[in-house]
Write a protein that binds this ligand. Structure first.
Ligand code: GDP
Ligand code: MN
Length: 527
């Protein structure tokens, strides 16, 4: 058990994963799987996570009774005979999926969507290289290459083999001199990964290219450079909020060969969601995701489900990086953490060093959103944006991250924290975000190049006054407020994080992380 989840303090409920004994799991699976596909078509999907044949890639075979899953897997991963050919006698991950609705149906199907929420179980068996998923047909619960394989099993393999499987986008950034870098960034679900990975830079001096928008597999190469591949071949992105204004690259990508789920439909055969108001003609009629004909915003309900998604081939994205399928991976020079922090957390700050950076990842928090299971707007702990995706004990995960600072000759990336979501007194975002986030990437780019454009603060290095390029910024931004570090807020933050570590990670917390927390506390107290 302790390999899988931290031993929590006293009888507190653990939030860093669930564990079940192998015997109990066998019982649960045997109650569900025999006969579960009756009357349905079973699909066999050999798939490769990562470019077919790359040394960094891994193979899975998914059995599923959902045609929707089969079609989506064909977009999200590389599938088919070519995968079987490279398999040889090699290892693969066994992925078993059923929507859990054999015929004859016990209950009438809702919205033509077979599933079995009461009996849903998603189980990972690392010893058997196996994933079993029953009862759910959506997202990471059913596209088993994604969160189950690439993150949960992947993180276990990563620890065993000395690499990292992370919930991170990968982007390329090139300046007008042709100097190019790659950054990886971890944000919790629905906090802007897809948008950042495909952003259109507001700074004309920079070109952003996309390697991946959700998952990174990263390994230090023999020269000590951290190399990353995107194990996926498609994007499974949040639809609402995506528009020509916020993410034109995504809009172009989804113009064809795309599966939309839980979005609204237009009378001319198109799709609609919140954020596209300006992009449909007024005469177009909209049918909501729940099937309400002639939907209007005044009815008070959203047209599309807040977690409705597009599933679209990465190769269709106009700004895919020329090396996005490079089997060697791309060299990562900065790692960025972030989340939705309506209060107290500045637009960007830099870790003092690797260990402090690992602390920053461990202390990540974010306002709960539609993709998460929590409805109210609370600030949830989501370390490394991996809270739902750790394949093994989070304390051991931290040790794994910390271990790289002991290794000789590694070119450790610099680590940052960003927050696009700070709000003013009136509840409005203080920073325009999206393409304007290129101004933050520019500052990071220059820091990585060793430019002296930072000042120390209690929580990390901040941009020196005037060093964030604001040229051409249309909006009025209160930079002092955006970068303020309220002492009382951070004193409370330190307490909250301390309590979280003590309760949830308890004796599995590496002493280095506690040391970082204590230093932060001392710095904040003497502010
Ligand atoms: P992902 O799930 O992490 O890939 O997140 P997405 O990129 O799909 O974004 C989730 C939501 O956050 C969408 O509604 C976006 O419009 C919104 N979003 C993304 N980037 C920004 C930003 O810089 N500022 C603001 N205010 N919203 C953003
Ligand atoms: Mn995304």
């Amino acid at each position: 058990m302790r390999d899988t989840i931290p031993v929590v303090k006293n009888s507190i409920t653990g939030t860093l994963g669930n564990w079940m004994s192998p015997d109990d799991l066998d019982t649960e699976l045997n109650m569900r799987f025999p006969g579960c596909m009756k009357g349905r078509t079973m699909f066999v999907i050999p798939f490769s996570m990562g470019p077919v044949g790359s040394a960094l890639s891994k193979i899975g075979i998914e059995l599923t009774d959902s045609a929707y899953v089969a079609a989506s897997m064909r977009i999200m991963t590389r599938v088919g005979k070519k995968v079987l050919k490279t398999l040889g006698n090699g290892d693969f991950v066994k992925c078993l999926h059923s929507v859990g609705a054999p015929y004859p149906l016990k209950e009438p199907m809702v919205s033509n969507w077979p599933c079995n929420p009461k009996e849903t179980i998603i189980a990972h068996l690392p010893e058997r290289n196996e994933i079993c998923s029953y009862g759910s047909g959506y997202g990471g619960n059913s596209l088993l290459g994604k969160k189950c394989f690439a993150l949960r099993l992947g993180s276990i393999l990563g620890r065993r083999e000395g690499w990292l499987a992370e919930h991170m986008l990968i982007l390329g950034i090139e300046n007008s001199k042709g100097e190019k870098k790659y950054f990886a960034a971890a944000f919790p679900s629905a906090c802007g990964k897809t948008n950042l990975a495909m952003m259109k830079s507001a700074l004309p001096d920079y070109k952003i290219t996309c390697v991946g928008d959700d998952i990174a597999w990263m390994r230090f190469d023999k020269d000590g450079k951290l190399r990353a591949i995107n194990p996926e071949a498609g994007f499974f992105g949040v639809a609402p909020g995506t528009s020509m204004k916020t993410n034109p690259m995504a809009m172009e990508t989804i113009s064809r060969n795309t599966i939309f789920t839980n979005v609204a439909e237009t009378s001319d055969g198109g799709v609609f969601w919140e954020g596209l108001e300006g992009e449909v003609s007024r005469t177009t009629k909209i049918k909501s995701w729940l099937g309400v004909e002639d939907w209007h915003a005044e009815q008070g309900k959203p047209a599309a489900h807040p977690n409705s998604r597009f599933c679209t081939p990465a190769a269709q994205c106009p700004i895919m990086d020329e090396r996005w399928q490079d089997p060697e991976g791309v060299p990562i020079e900065a790692i960025i953490f972030g989340g939705r922090r309506p209060e107290g957390v500045p637009l960007v700050y830099e870790a003092f060093n690797w260990q402090h950076g690992v602390y920053i990842g461990a202390s990540m928090r974010s306002e709960a959103t539609a993709a998460a299971e929590h409805k109210s707007k609370v600030i949830m702990h989501d370390p490394f944006a991996m809270r739902p995706f750790f394949g093994y004990n989070f304390g051991h995960y931290l040790e794994h991250w910390l271990s790289f600072q002991q290794k000789q000759d590694l070119d450790l990336p610099k680590i940052y924290h960003v927050n696009w979501f700070r709000k003013d007194k009136n509840g409005r975002f203080m920073w325009p975000g999206f393409g304007e986030n290129s101004r933050v990437l520019d500052w990071i780019f220059r820091r990585v190049n060793g430019e002296d454009c930072a000042v120390q603060s209690a929580i990390g290095n901040l941009p020196r006054k005037g060093s964030l390029n604001l040229e051409g910024l249309q909006e009025d931004v209160d930079m002092d407020a955006l970068f303020s570090i309220p002492k009382e807020y951070w004193q409370k933050e330190v307490k909250d994080i301390g309590k979280y570590f003590d309760e949830q990670v308890h004796e599995d917390l590496p002493p280095e992380i506690m040391k970082e927390l204590r230093s932060l506390e001392a710095r904040v107290n003497s502010m």
